[in-house]
Design a binder for this molecule. Structure first.
Ligand code: 4NP
Length: 143
């Protein structure tokens, strides 16, 4: 799960998808395309909206996406088109490029950083719906 800073959107996406998949079978992680907040905890507003929905993301720490992530992960979900462009620039092989997709298929998860609590709530719901669809698909393909 990738966004710009790895403190607002992608930590929530990591927490939600992890909560919907068996830990032993699926590795879920998140990263940012930029390193502004490396080592920091998620934004308090993201921690709060996740907690209200029973998901603890407070122990996560921000990191930057690296090329090796293409080896470690089968899929790379990005939140917006700017993330898509930045991550595709890091990809070298066609296989790597093909691993990258917008989390919401044809839509973006808007950056809530300068928004209010309502923006964080809307973001949570968008990501939750997408993770529900993805987890169902993944669980079906394993059975
Ligand atoms: P995120 O949100 O990409 O969802 O983590 C942002 C976090 C920080 C900044 C921008 C967006 N920033 O400009 O520092």
């Amino acid at each position: 799960m990738v966004c710009l800073g790895n403190i607002c959107r992608s930590p929530i996406a990591e927490g939600i998808l992890k909560s919907k998949l068996p830990e032993k079978t699926f590795e879920v992680d998140s990263a940012g395309t930029e390193g502004f907040h490396i080592g920091r905890s998620p934004d308090p507003r993201s921690i709060e909206i996740a907690a209200q929905n029973g998901i603890n993301i407070s122990k996560q720490t921000a990191r930057k996406f690296i090329r090796e992530d293409f080896k470690r992960f089968d899929r790379v979900y990005v939140m917006d088109r700017s993330n898509l462009k930045n991550i595709k620039q890091i990809a070298i092989t066609e296989e790597e490029v093909n691993k990258v997709a917008l989390l919401l298929e044809n839509k973006e998860v808007p950056d809530p950083y300068y928004g209010n609590d309502n923006e964080f709530k809307k973001m949570f719901d968008l990501i939750d719906n997408a993770c529900e669809r993805i987890s169902k698909k993944l669980l079906n393909s394993k059975s």
